[in-house]
Design a protein around this ligand. Sequence first.
Ligand code: F3S
Length: 575
Amino acid sequence: MPHVVTQSCCSDASCVYACPVNCIHPTPDAPDFLQAEMLYIDPEACVDCGACAEACPVDAIVPHTKLQPQFSDYEGINAEFYREPRSRTPLALIPISEVKSDPAANLRVAVVGSGPAALYAADELLKQRGVQVNLFEKLPTPHGLVRYGVAPDHQSTKKVTKLFAQIADQDNFEYYLGVEVGKDVSAAELAQHHHAVVYAYGASGDRSVAIPGEDLPGSVAATEFVAWYNGHPEHANRTFDLSSERAVIIGNGNVALDVARILTTNPEELAATDIARPALAALRKSKIREVVILGRRGVAQAAYTLPEFHGLIRKHNATLVIDKDELALDAETTRLRSEGALDPQLERKLSLAEEVALHVPGTDRDRRIVFRYLTSPTGILGDSHATGVSVVHNTLVTADDGTVRAQPTATSEVIETGLVLRSVGYRGKRLDGVPFDDERFVIPNEGGRVLGRPGGSPVPGQYTCGWIKRGPSGFIGTNKSCAKETVDNLIADFNAGLLPEPASAPREFQRILRRRQPNVIDSDGWARIDQAERARGEAAGAIRWKITDVAELVESARGAETRGVSRFVQRMARR
Ligand code: F3S
């Protein structure tokens, strides 16, 4: 009776190290770890001890007898990964870098950012005795993309915040929320008052689609739309035009699937989640009934992952539509498929798309998601507002290096819409005073050691991890091994005496900081915000009612919210 990894797998790989028989792969040291869409359990080797399920921070692992019907395919998905045999030699324990005895008491590290990479870095550092971690975040709330990126109907993924709370609860950890590095305090000052600074602030920008009309009102970045429905203070008061019947999403990665799902879910099903309430109110009035997702290449090259595509097909109520004529494969995929040699995960993706093409209506026949493949946008149309997207149909060609490319044909059309969401990826942004690679949109680094310029020498005391280190790839848990590599190098440098001594005692820096930013929120302040949001949510029958206004968040952190919550609860009770 094997255990099975399911959809919400975050690739944190805690399960890999918990497993006594090394039957979860790929392991973080394997070459395919970074590309893997999830981890898989070998049913032949699993001895059903349950250690992996205990270790998983998002409860993605269950015994196969307890699989919910919509996850029943996961038995096969896990097993298929082992078509090629994998090593069963027990994995060596991960060596923990050790700070050399006495100086450990003095190692003071600033971490910039508060998402998964930042918190995994803090966790790695706090494995040492006496190390102090100060974590700086410009927003009054922590957890980055887990709070402001993960879709509200993916609550199991958000369970990782329990792990984050445990990390932040350790001695020698402190939050400095509401402090913007580069504005309230400069990167140089941060470096001056710590032995080391780890930049882990993610990639909050979006990539351009570079077509005419991109900046028309009604054409927006999907990342902004995601931030809006998740209650990001900088986007919560935005308005999006939901008055037309159709929305078009350019790009077909997991973010596109999230946005399409949120736009086509009956809002009453979202009401009990932690969706931002202004967004919920707007979605209740939305006229959008169809979302078209555009992918320029073929179905075999689609950017979404198998777990997300599978989840959409098995769990979402809207009707999904794929025209079978758009399921054309490139020559190599066709050959491998005919020989039964196609990668099993890709084979599953193709079979699921073919299943959708059979046109079985969903339980919600009023709302539809239409997948278009081999279709590139050539322009966003409209004078003062988007009215449509002009597209060209593509054919697939294989370049000399084996890459499959989309080649435009003479066939084009216009898809009418009032809302265009550009979803072609996140992009890192420069932080004042920190080296930046303008071509790759990351901080130039070698193993997490910041370099003065791409290919240059390390800058003493500066490190990076997460998306701003390696670009926007991988999943929440991928940041764990990424952070470990960075922290290992930081500790090695500290032991080698390469880190500069801080210029002042910790209290002096605290004084400077509080003078510059009197509204700084610490761990206790965040605990009060968290409590207030949960109490508000409970009164409204939701998991959490996010506070989206910065001034109100600051008030909550100060404890004024206790009175506010009781007033809020009374108001809700009267409704
Ligand atoms: Fe199987 Fe998980 Fe134990 S994969 S062997 S139940 S750690």
